[in-house]
Design a protein around this ligand. Sequence first.
Ligand SMILES: C[S@@+](CC[C@H](N)C(=O)[O-])C[C@H]1O[C@@H](n2cnc3c(N)ncnc32)[C@H](O)[C@@H]1O
Length: 430
Amino acid sequence: MDGLGEGRPLRLALAASLAEHPGIGPKERRHAAAASRAVARWLRVVDAALIRAGAPKVIPADRALLRYLAWRVAVEGEAPDEAAHDLRLPGPRRPRAISDQDVLRVAHAMPRPGSEGPLAFDHEGRALSVPSDPAVALGLRGSVPDDFARKLLRDLGAKEATACLQALNRDARLTLRVNVARAGREEVRAALAAAGIAAEPGDGPWSLRVEDRASLFDSAPLREGLAEVQDESSQRVVEVCRPGKGKRWLDLCAGSGGKALGLAALGAEVTAWDAIARRLADLPRRARRAGVEVGVSRERPSGPFDGVLVDAPCSGSGALSREPDARWRIDDAAVTRYGETQAAVLRVGAGLVAPRGALVFATCSIFREEGEWVVEPFLAENPGFRLVSEERRWPQRDPGAGFYVARFERRAAGARPRGRTRLTGHGAAR
Ligand SMILES: C[S@@+](CC[C@H](N)C(=O)[O-])C[C@H]1O[C@@H](n2cnc3c(N)ncnc32)[C@H](O)[C@@H]1O
């Protein structure tokens, strides 16, 4: 896992690395995946801890090893002897250059976490000083870039920003969306129980929270398309669409099609499109399994549609629980670029909506640049649309990823706008 923090998505790095080692058993694979995700998440803390511990400059493979050690001692608070002991290698031939003695010395010199999080004390138990710039202090403790921390402080204030990062730094809960085209929630819950999988209803009408178990994906309810893995906030986006039965909906940024399937399950006639066509490749198979129809468009769709969903490409800042390494690709310039792309895609989507039709715009970002600040100029430039609802979901307050979702309606042809209707509906003012 040498590529961590160097721009390569962890998902891909991990899959490639595990494929190179087919002999590794399932238990070790799960540990390798969990540890890599944790190191990717805490990379800033881990690297700061290694600097404080005076870790030597080493080859990339050894650096990965030291980062793993730092996660266990400086983030998880494990005893240095125990963590270093697990990294000892027997025999004279070693796939690494750093000695067991050096690993042990670094482990002992590592800072330790406190109740408020990592980097609280040095190895002798003295409190570590906090950087004077609040964004640097928050970024360092919460393991995000300074730009990221500064935006959170701007929008949430210190207490809430800290809570937000704590939530983003936990593993995501695994949630299913019950496929209401096939079965009700209690029916699917019973089918999961029969397969040995406990499930609890989530907040949304179709959500079931389940344990993260290897057997889940092979279980009959998932194989038979009774449910799909989908984050609770993503399910909320489908709910906000409220597609009526038989209404024509376009999912303009369909990706692998999770939301398109959700719309189809509610009886909409769905067309799916994505700028990157290969992302849609698996959607016909998933639709068949779910027993719903989704038309995958090869041509750029021309409309008009009763509803258009723009689930726009974004920084993913609200979904760090699921993709912890995405934070290292987020800086001010990237967020600005995403906002510009979102405005452009939203304009395209708007052009495809029939009079009185709906337009839903969503991003899994917690930054205003990828939400409110896209919608405000859109409304100013498009008096033919009115904002019907606007909602922000925060990871520290709501289940699922941090999300922004707005619903607009296109006025009837010839209707005169009566001012700019800006709602601060459910979630917006919280
Ligand atoms: C947030 S993801 C969509 C996730 C998907 N809706 C789901 O529920 O699984 C955003 C998608 O937008 C696509 N995209 C990027 N630029 C686009 C554009 N200009 N027009 C349409 N899709 C675009 C990306 O390829 C990506 O698949």
